[in-house]
Design a protein around this ligand. Structure first.
Ligand SMILES: [Zn+2]
Length: 432
């Protein structure tokens, strides 16, 4: 993988127009394309000398499926791994992590497996304040390199902030062709980050959040390149978008924030996860769901920003929302209450409305632009499935979508334009 991402502009450490200096530990980072053994040896040596104790976190399907390649590589490089191997792929809860016993002398953690293993490994290493190396298997997520671990606590998702992984070892031969099976999920996850980017921009003008135009532009360039790639005829068989997701996740490390993964599309996809669990329905890969929601949300934003919405809407009915979160999404009232966004004071509502009017034209131009990109990506997205997207497109019905879009902002604390709309009472109408 090209290391230019970290080098330009101005090397791994550069003074940015946003006023910050972005730094990334570029000593290790990504080893890719070569034999997994070499990558693991290099990554391990960058964090602790040979002979050090290391702790491997994996699941038995990955471990046996790869013929213990990671164990063997660590041993060949002179490390003696202790391990926690999940018999079944973990669900990614804090409770599961609490059962992982890392011996005292361990110098670093290696997480080998899918996105959940990556989060479990990051979280476990962060609790012990030791570095973490990831050997990911597909689907590759836009959160791999992010300084955050998405786990569940008391049944609901929670993002824990962690240091980014010290290194990522991506070896195509380790995962066979399976990245291609997830081409649609990986493409969908990446392109749906247009919503996250838009929400970041909205959060900067409406909520005073830090914003970096350099990272914003680079993230957008990665998405545009993926859309371009998806439109060439051979993409269905050639492209897997795995590397693009990894690069996007590296921008989160550069930014030292998970903001690029914290848009309304992720809030909705996580709410869907709760709904499916509650109703014992099968769940499709989250990247696919994020993409489906991104189209709905971008349309909703576009409609909202196109009007001069100065009419009076009553504030959100939090009691009724609380009941619906318990009833449909299966959270206990206590867990739901802990997450509910407080009702905004009338004076703040007026200030927010004023700010929105100030920036409305700018945000509207951006939302139109992003909506067009999503439209361009829609057909290539469907073509990445063997059934041309039939099953994915029909996996969500309208009633589910309205319910989830309306409730999602109360489940996750990130500021998004959707959360802003909830605060104004604009989403309650989708609940009845
Ligand atoms: Zn910057």
């Amino acid at each position: 993988m090209d290391s230019q991402l970290f080098e330009a502009p101005g090397g791994a450490d550069f003074k940015c127009v946003c006023g910050r200096t972005h730094a990334l530990n570029a000593d290790g980072v990504i080893f890719c394309g070569g034999a997994v053994g070499d990558g693991i040896a290099k990554a391990a040596q960058s964090v602790a000398p040979s002979g050090s104790a290391v702790f491997l976190i994996s699941d038995s399907a990955t471990r046996e499926g790869t013929n213990r390649a990671v164990d063997k590589a660590l041993m060949r490089a002179g490390y003696s791994p202790a391990a926690h191997i999940f018999a079944k792929p973990p669900a990614g809860s804090v409770a599961e992590c609490a059962k992982i016993a890392v011996p005292e002398n361990v110098r670093f953690v290696v997480g080998a497996g899918g996105p959940v293993i990556a989060d479990v490994a990051k979280y476990t290493a962060a609790r012990r304040k030791i570095p973490c190396i990831l050997v990911p298997t597909p689907p590759f997520s836009t959160g791999l390199f992010a300084p955050a671990a998405a786990l569940t606590r008391n049944g609901a998702d929670k993002t824990f902030f962690t240091p980014p992984p010290a290194a990522l070892v991506c070896d195509p031969s380790l995962s066979g062709n399976s990245a291609k099976e997830f081409a649609a999920a990986q493409f969908g996850s990446l392109v749906s980050k247009l919503v996250a980017l838009f929400d970041w921009k909205a959060a900067s003008v409406l909520n005073g959040e830090y914003f970096c135009p350099t990272v914003f532009e680079r993230a957008l360039a990665l998405i545009d390149a993926a859309i371009q790639k998806s439109r060439v005829a051979a993409a269905k068989t050639d492209a897997d978008f795995a590397g693009d997701c990894v690069k996007f996740s590296a921008l989160c490390a550069l930014l030292d924030s998970n903001r690029l993964n914290a848009g309304a599309e992720v809030q909705c996809a996580r709410a869907l996860k709760l709904l499916c669990k509650r109703e014992l329905r099968p769940l499709r890969p989250s990247g696919e769901n994020e993409f489906l929601f991104s189209r709905v949300i971008m349309r909703l934003y576009k409609t909202y920003l196109s009007g001069g919405a100065d009419f009076f809407v009553p504030p959100p009915d939090n009691n009724s929302r609380l009941e619906k979160i318990s009833e449909y999404l299966g959270l206990s009232e206590a867990a739901a209450l802990e997450r509910l966004r407080p009702v905004v004071r009338l004076a703040d509502t007026r200030l927010n409305a004023y700010k929105l009017n100030e920036y409305r034209d700018e945000l509207y131009a951006l939302v139109c632009d992003f909506d067009m990109r999503l439209q361009t990506a829609w057909r290539p997205f469907k073509r990445l499935f063997p059934d041309d997207g039939y099953a994915a497109v029909h996996s969500l019905d309208k009633a589910d979508v309205s319910l989830l879009v309306a409730l999602a902002p109360d489940l996750y604390p990130e500021f998004t334009l959707l959360a802003y709309m909830k605060d104004l009472g604009l989403l309650d109408g989708y609940l009845y």
